[in-house]
Design a protein around this ligand. Structure first.
Ligand SMILES: CC(C)(COP(=O)(O)OP(=O)(O)OC[C@H]1O[C@@H](n2cnc3c(N)ncnc32)[C@H](O)[C@@H]1OP(=O)(O)O)[C@@H](O)C(=O)NCCC(=O)NCCS
Length: 173
């Protein structure tokens, strides 16, 4: 029987296989190091893997963001998401997105932000974050997007979204 792709939470012992997926999907190991730092710091709030038989083919991570100017905001940042190149465009990314956003809702995240290709994330309901009062530290405009998970959690919010220190630490190395 042909194995089908399963999306499940990261388990103990998955770290090395996740690293392999990330290194294969991105030009450098920066995203792999980011996920490892977040895991070490206990900030990998949502981490899901896509598994085909015994092979790891995809991964998505979400970690807490802070909104400077809105200290009670409970948002998560989506980064990174990756599917092995030879398995891309088969819907695995969408499966990881859908399951990942469900998990974010389960852990009571009010909203999720992402810095990425608008045409990809729009299909999951993301919209320009600056239209909802949220700026970013990277000078991004349409590429910085937000999805409200808890209705009205963004109502009246104004502030600059800060990702965890792990992001800057990886960017500097
Ligand atoms: C982004 C990624 C996870 C999508 O995974 P996937 O399994 O290919 O996604 P799906 O099969 O669900 O969706 C594929 C669709 O997304 C589009 N797509 C994929 N990556 C895209 C990107 N960077 N920009 C715009 N569209 C993209 C494809 O064109 C395709 O569109 P179609 O359905 O109209 O043909 C995968 O392409 C990947 O790992 N890329 C390298 C790592 C990366 O850049 N991650 C995002 C930044 S963290």
């Amino acid at each position: 029987m042909t194995p089908t792709v399963t999306v499940r939470r990261e388990q103990a012992g998955d770290a090395a296989a996740i690293r392999e997926v990330l290194v294969a999907a991105f030009p450098s190991d920066a995203e792999a190091r980011l996920v490892e730092l977040l895991r070490d710091n206990g900030r990998l709030v949502v981490s899901l893997v896509a598994v085909l038989g015994t092979a790891f083919v995809g991964h998505v991570a979400f970690s807490p963001v802070h909104v400077f100017g809105a200290p009670r905001a409970t948002g998560l940042g989506l980064a990174p998401i990756a599917v092995l190149p030879e398995f891309q465009r088969g819907g695995i990314g969408a499966r990881l997105m859908d399951a990942g956003l469900d998990e974010c809702a389960r852990v009571d995240a009010g909203f999720v932000v992402v810095l990425g290709e608008p045409s990809y994330y729009r299909r999951f309901g993301f919209e320009r974050a600056d239209r909802r009062g949220l700026g970013n530290e990277y000078g991004a405009t349409d590429a910085f997007m937000v999805l409200e998970l808890v209705p009205n959690s963004l109502a009246g919010m104004r502030g600059i979204v800060r990702y965890g220190d792990e992001f800057a630490a990886v960017a500097e190395n």
